[in-house]
Design a protein around this ligand. Structure first.
Ligand code: GUN
Length: 290
């Protein structure tokens, strides 16, 4: 079994980004800059936002941090996005999801200038992805492709089964894998899928992205399958300092001897998401600087 570690891949991406960022700064006299908006106190979101800030600092990117209260109104949030859209010194805008209840996620995503939409969530970018035009691609599925490429995992003609139909992972992952050049045959399963076990059992590549801890069990995995575990779930663990540990959507210990390759959690896809966010932010800055 081959362990597909994200760290190895993201180190290579960061090394490349460092060079490109230095060239960008030398040419333009300013750094690519990312604005991150966090609304409320969700601990997982706070931790993700902290990692994004750290990544910006490590690359010499500019970073703007907006931490808004849980009861922030839609108007206040929309005004902030509008201000950042108009600010020429900001190249990427990210609103951390999920948003607290009462805020309309779709409306807020649509309010972001699609040229600064480094998350790739804006309908313009999603539409472009579907028809194969250059666009910002959602960071997690983009990171999965980067990992598949790094480890020379062929997708052509393979049956990829994606479990999870989110706008952030499942849907864009499917769009990417069916593109010409990737050429996978894709099935998307979700919570209402009948015979899920039988379907997943036919997968050459399993992409688990439904946010259910340890959901993928050995009986679902075909011998030699490749498993990409996108899940990052906090499960209570009093033996840990923080009181929880992170587990994926895949029961790693149980399936590790059946599959031919697997991404661990933590240390798998997670770090790739941030690497791709940095890549998208540099891309936004390059495009806006022209
Ligand atoms: N919440 C979970 N993943 C993401 C992501 O990639 N971007 C944003 N903005 N929020 C998220």
């Amino acid at each position: 079994m081959q362990l597909l570690t994200g760290k190895e891949v993201s180190d290579a991406v960061f090394e490349d980004l460092e060079k490109q960022t230095s060239q960008f700064i030398a040419k333009h006299g300013f750094a690519p800059t990312l604005a991150v908006i966090l609304v409320g106190n969700d601990p997982a979101s706070q931790s993700y936002v902290k990692s994004k800030k750290k990544a910006c600092i490590s690359l010499g990117f500019g970073h703007r941090d907006y931490e808004l209260a849980e009861d922030t109104t839609q108007e206040v949030l929309l005004d902030l996005v509008k201000e950042l859209n108009a600010d020429a010194t900001v190249h990427g805008i990210l609103v951390q999801l999920p948003l607290p209840k009462g805020l309309d996620e779709n409306l807020i995503i649509e309010s972001i200038d699609s040229k600064k939409d480094v998350d790739g969530f804006h309908p313009i970018n999603v539409g472009k992805l579907l028809i194969g035009l250059p666009c910002f691609v959602s960071c997690t599925p983009k990171g999965v492709l980067e990992m598949l490429d790094f480890y020379h995992i062929e997708t052509k003609g393979k049956h990829a089964v994606i479990i999870g139909r989110s706008n952030i992972v499942g849907k864009p992952m499917a769009a990417l894998l069916i593109q010409k050049g990737r050429d996978a045959t894709v099935t998307i399963c979700h919570s209402k899928t009948e015979n899920l076990k039988e379907i997943v059992n036919t997968a050459d590549i399993i992409i688990a992205a439904m946010g259910k801890p340890l959901f993928i069990t050995p009986d679902m995995v075909k011998k030699g399958a490749i498993i990409i575990d996108v899940g990052i779930n906090r499960v209570e663990d009093p033996t840990r300092k923080r009181g929880y540990r992170l587990v994926g959507d895949v029961d790693f210990e149980q399936v590790k001897d059946i599959c031919s390759a697997i991404t661990p959690v933590p240390g798998g896809v997670g770090v790739m998401t941030i690497a791709m966010l940095m890549k998208n932010t540099l891309q936004a800055a390059i495009q806006l600087a022209h």
